[in-house]
Structures are given as structure tokens and as C-alpha cells.
Design a protein around this ligand. Structure first.
Ligand code: ASP
Length: 347
């Protein structure tokens, strides 16, 4: 009897030390965190009226509350990212969904991607013209197709076969975006990005009115799962079916549990060439850098030294959030399980 009690005691000790070991790499369960961006660029106080600033902050705050409540109730990070991005897509202020910019031919073509850090599943769409919430279409592709990336009317056929209602492209028309295109056409100034970026002029870049109004979201849920999503109308006056970084996994969007989740915004070509989202993740994964170090090195060293314009939001397995950008401003915000909410626009 005595011997068997001792044996049980030893087994219990071994079990508890094994459990402690297996916890070392686990995120802290129960904690959650969410962060967003609404585009980066030449965003300075003098470019926005106090009313406009209030409006941007109000919409970002509302989106964060949607994500916060959902994560608090135990919702998954993937669904939180989708819900939060839908709020931003439905708002004409941002260059995604309803507020998307026009291409050279006066058509609105949207791109989006979502990634589930738990499974590494991803879904992406590009060049769609009839999908009200491109982020939901990306999620449908991730969950219900055998593909990762669908394009144009093919993507629209797939989601409509799966029951998603398509909308008439006229839904996306906004007068301000139309005028933005007319200005770009008048200036014969090549592709433009969404928030004016004077510094692009110094680079001799044809996109001299650099504007980056894409939206993105990253989240950590109470089960330690990370997710990222990005949605955009791309560049004003874009031509030739140009696609940016937002729907490209590893460039504008990436998530992997126990590593990080990232969503980028900026001149897409720079983010594609520098594979920014995965560059951040790989530094954490293989070089054991902190989120802060990895993001700074990818944005302030790699992207900047290659003349890259834009920024990102990133989150790690502990729910730490880092924002970083090479532009003068980036619409951004975060919320976490401690009830801390943050929003900001300028540097
Ligand atoms: N990254 C997007 C693109 O190049 C633009 C943006 O962030 O506003 O399409």
C-alpha cells in the first residue's frame, strides 16, 4: 500500500513538471487583443479638419468595440477580424468596400485576404467588383474552397454559388472618390495612393500623391489563436488589372499561431518585393526577435532602405501590439482584455 502511494506521488510529480514544460510555449489563455489600421500616408493635422479627425476616430473606435465584445464573449480571432473589417468596409471613409477608390477606367476593383494562424489556412480575392464585403468572400474561399486565391468574376461566381449575394457595382460609387479619380486623370499622374504623400515626389515616383487607405485587422483570441486580414480598393487610377500586396499572403497579410499576425498598408509593390508580413514573422520564428524588434527592422530598415512607403500593425501570442510606418501618419487603434482602448492618426 505504502509503495503504491509513493509510486502515485512520483507519477503525479512527473506529470505536473511535464505539464509545466508544455506550457512554456503556450500563449496565456483567456487574454485577448485586437488591433486595426485604416491606411498610412501623408496624414498630418493640417490635412484633416477636426470634424474629419473625429469621424475617423469614431469609426475606428466603433470597429474596435465590435471586435472587443466578440472576443470577450469567446469568439474566434478569424471571425473577429472579419467582423471588424466589415465595419470599416461599410464606411465610406476608408479605401475598402464602400469607400474603395476608382481605377483608370472608372471601375472599382477590390482585393482582400484573411489568414487563420491556427491552421495556416488562408483565403484571398482580387479584382472583384460586385462583393459588398470582400473580407467575407476571402473567408468563404478559405473555409469552403480548395484554393487560396481567386480572381475577378471567377471569385464572384464561387461566392455566389456558396450563397453570398452580389451587389450592383453602383453600390460602391461615392462622389469624393469619383472626384479623386478625375483629379488624377487631369494631372496625368500615374497611379495614386489614398492619403496624399508629398514625400513620394522626392522619389520621382509617378504616384506622387501617395495615398494608402486600406484597412486591416489582427487579433488574438482567448484560445491563443492569431488571425490577420486586409481589405482594399488598391490604388487610385490603377491600370492593367494591377494587384497590390493586400491579398498576397506573406506580403500584405500573414498569421501563424505562437509567432504573430500582420496586416500591412502602403505602396503595395514595396511590400510585395520585400515580403514584409512574412519577413516580420520569420524574424520572430527563426531569429527569436521580439515583435517590436522584428517590426522595426522590417519597416524602418528593410522597407525604408528600399524607399518603401507605408506601415503595418502586428500582434504576438501574448497580445502585444506594434504599429510602425515610414509615412507621416497611419490610422490605427487597438483594444485588449484589460479593457484598454487606443486610437491614433499622426506620428
Ligand atoms: N497596399 C494597397 C495596395 O497597394 C494600398 C493601400 O495600402 O492603401 O493596393
Amino acid at each position: 500500500m505504502k509503495k503504491s502511494l509513493i509510486a502515485i506521488g512520483i507519477i503525479a510529480l512527473i506529470q505536473s513538471s511535464c505539464m509545466q514544460d508544455s506550457k512554456i510555449n503556450q500563449p496565456t489563455l483567456g487574454k485577448f487583443s485586437i488591433a486595426i489600421h485604416g491606411g498610412a500616408g501623408n496624414i498630418e493635422k493640417m490635412n484633416l479638419s477636426p470634424e474629419q479627425q473625429k469621424e475617423y476616430i469614431h469609426v475606428m473606435d466603433s470597429a474596435l468595440h465590435v471586435g472587443y465584445e466578440f472576443l470577450k464573449s469567446g469568439g474566434s480571432s478569424v471571425d473577429a477580424v472579419e467582423r471588424v473589417i466589415m465595419v470599416l468596409e461599410d464606411c465610406p471613409l476608408f479605401n475598402a468596400g464602400k469607400g474603395s477608390v476608382f481605377n483608370h477606367d472608372g471601375i472599382i476593383e477590390m482585393d482582400a485576404a484573411i489568414m487563420d494562424g491556427k491552421t495556416l489556412d488562408a483565403g484571398a480575392i482580387a479584382g472583384v467588383t460586385k462583393i459588398k464585403n470582400p473580407i467575407s468572400a476571402a473567408k468563404l474561399i478559405m473555409r469552403k474552397s480548395n484554393s487560396v486565391f481567386l480572381y475577378g468574376d471567377g471569385a464572384e461566381s464561387f461566392v455566389s454559388e456558396k450563397g453570398m449575394k452580389l451587389v450592383d457595382p453602383s453600390y460602391f460609387f461615392t462622389q469624393s472618390r469619383w472626384e479623386q479619380l478625375q483629379n488624377a486623370l487631369k494631372k496625368d499622374d500615374g497611379m495614386q495612393l489614398d492619403h496624399g504623400d508629398e514625400s513620394d515626389k522626392s522619389t520621382n515616383n509617378k504616384s506622387s500623391e501617395g495615398k494608402y487607405g486600406t484597412v486591416g485587422c489582427v487579433a488574438l483570441d482567448q484560445n491563443g489563436n492569431l488571425a490577420a486580414g486586409t481589405s482594399t480598393g488598391g490604388l487610385v487610377n490603377k491600370k492593367y488589372k494591377r494587384i497590390g500586396d493586400s491579398p498576397i499572403i506573406g506580403a500584405g497579410t500573414f498569421a501563424e499561431n505562437n509567432v504573430c499576425a500582420v496586416s500591412c498598408t502602403g505602396r503595395g509593390e514595396d511590400f510585395i518585393k520585400n515580403t514584409i508580413a512574412y519577413d516580420i514573422a520569420s524574424q520572430i520564428k527563426y531569429a527569436e526577435k521580439s515583435l517590436y524588434e522584428a517590426v522595426s527592422s522590417s519597416i524602418q530598415t528593410k522597407l525604408k532602405s528600399n524607399n518603401g512607403r507605408g506601415g503595418c500593425v502586428a500582434i504576438d501570442k501574448e497580445g502585444n501590439v506594434v504599429f510602425n510606418f515610414t509615412t507621416t501618419g497611419m490610422f490605427r487603434g487597438s483594444a485588449n482584455s484589460e479593457g484598454k482602448f487606443f486610437t491614433s492618426i499622426y506620428r
